[in-house]
Ligand binder design. Structure first.
Ligand code: ATP
Ligand code: MG
Length: 238
């Protein structure tokens, strides 16, 4: 078994919350309402994972599964510049797979093995994990079906994380629907189906203009603390 790697977030606050950064062989679920910084966090990690081990990265590439069309190359360029990294190299090391429906999203993962090996992928971003599933399976009748398909996707993420010693970041919005099962605005979409398979869960909430608050949920070995960070040129920053 290979040893677990860590990717710095590029911030002291989030690194301290995560005891050094996000781990390989694990799924880190990031959830919170719209605009809380989930996608910005993912963009920041796309750059920091490429740093050397000495600098807190894994000298690896990224597979970015983009289900909402919110990947922004220009953000990567901006973040890379702040880190004094070559922006075009940083972009080259990110493979963006745009998923157009949930079946396509699953297929991308099923076929990802070759790319992960050949491109030395060390981070898989799943942004968002649940959005397409939620949009496609509306109403109670198809709930079981949706949860089953979503479950398969999450198990695939977990297996890939183990098999290739990759870190996985899986974003998830909190529910805003009045539905009783999914209606709690502090609960992630899909009930706990993502959470159950996740090793770590981080909750982001808004705390003023660009300020955000991150909290680790239910971790046996992280302190139940909160950290404040900011959204900005670095994606996430202190
Ligand atoms: P959703 O659930 O809708 O996908 P999210 O959690 O992914 O939301 P992000 O897209 O990560 O949210 O965050 C959007 C916020 O990031 C914007 O409201 C803005 O405040 C901030 N932001 C985006 N780009 C910059 C930037 N270059 N500098 C500062 N803040 C920025
Ligand atoms: Mg987003």
């Amino acid at each position: 078994r290979q040893s677990i790697g860590r990717i710095t977030t590029g911030t002291d606050s989030l690194d301290s919350l995560l005891l050094g950064g996000i781990e390989t062989q694990a799924i880190t679920e990031v959830y919170g309402e719209f605009g809380c910084g989930k996608t910005q966090f993912c963009h920041a990690l796309c750059v920091t994972v490429q740093k050397s081990l000495e600098e807190g990265g894994l000298a690896g590439g990224v597979l970015y599964i983009d289900t909402e069309g919110t990947f922004r190359p220009e953000r990567i360029i901006e973040i890379a510049k702040v880190h004094n990294m070559d922006p075009s190299k940083a972009l080259d090391n990110i493979i963006v797979a745009r998923a157009y429906n949930s079946a396509h999203q699953v297929l991308i993962l099923e076929e990802a093995g070759k790319i992960i090996r050949e491109e030395n992928i060390k981070l898989i971003v799943s942004d968002s994990t649940t959005g397409l599933f939620r949009a496609e399976y509306l109403g109670r009748g198809t709930l079981a079906n949706r949860q089953q398909k979503l479950g398969r996707y999450i198990r695939l993420l977990a297996r890939i994380a183990e098999m290739y010693n990759c870190a996985v970041v899986a974003t998830n919005q909190v529910s805003t629907s009045p539905d009783t099962f999914f209606g709690d605005p502090t609960k992630p979409v899909g009930g706990n189906i993502v959470g159950h398979a996740s090793t770590y869960r981080i909750y982001f909430r808004k705390g003023g203009k660009n300020k955000r608050v991150a909290k680790i949920i239910d971790s046996p070995h992280h302190p139940a603390s909160e950290e404040v960070f900011e959204l900005g040129a670095k994606g996430v920053q202190d």
